[in-house]
Design a protein around this ligand. Structure first.
Ligand code: 4NP
Length: 163
């Protein structure tokens, strides 16, 4: 028998390059918003990178500090690289920028391509991409948070209205 929406979790994967700055920030923000909206039991959130150089590491200390100033804890996240199984397992595979989107599109089997979108397509702002803050300063990490908080609200709203 087919499982109903209430029994089956909606699985969301947030993807950037290194999985130490942008996607962990989105992971922590979305997790907290899901908890606040009492949706933590129906939404499963994870994050991954397309580039494996930081596998096993905690998020970048600058990302952790900026998130912590807004009350988000990213300390439970460890960097991992996207796997072939992720394309089957997750319902939403959301890229932080166009390069991540292109990499995911190349890696994904054709029957899962429809899951791949830009995360900011759920946002209310003009921005399409979350810019990579890795080589910049603190303001870049705060800008990531601004964009991610806006898109997280839009994504939660989308899930609530389509459930
Ligand atoms: P992220 O940022 O993709 O937002 O995690 C980066 C992390 C590491 C590198 C680049 C971007 N790197 O070149 O190592």
């Amino acid at each position: 028998m087919r499982k109903s929406m209430s029994e089956r979790k909606i699985k969301i994967l947030l993807v950037c390059l290194g999985n130490i700055c942008r996607s962990p920030t989105a992971h922590g923000v979305l997790q907290r918003l899901a908890e606040k909206e009492n949706l933590a039991n129906i939404i499963e959130i994870d994050s991954a990178g397309t580039y494996g150089a930081h596998v096993g590491e905690m998020p970048d200390r600058r990302a952790m500090a900026a998130a912590s100033e807004r009350g988000y804890d990213l300390g439970f996240i460890r960097s991992r690289k996207i796997t072939d199984q992720d394309f089957t397992y997750f319902d939403y595979i959301l890229a932080m920028d166009h390069a991540n989107l292109a990499d995911l599109t190349l890696k994904s089997p054709s029957n899962h391509q429809h899951k791949i979108k830009l995360f900011l397509s759920y946002g209310s702002l003009q921005d399409q991409e979350v810019p990579d803050p890795y080589y910049g300063g603190k303001e870049g990490f705060n800008h990531v948070l601004d964009l991610v908080e806006d898109a997280a609200k839009g994504l939660i709203h989308h899930i609530k209205s389509s459930a």
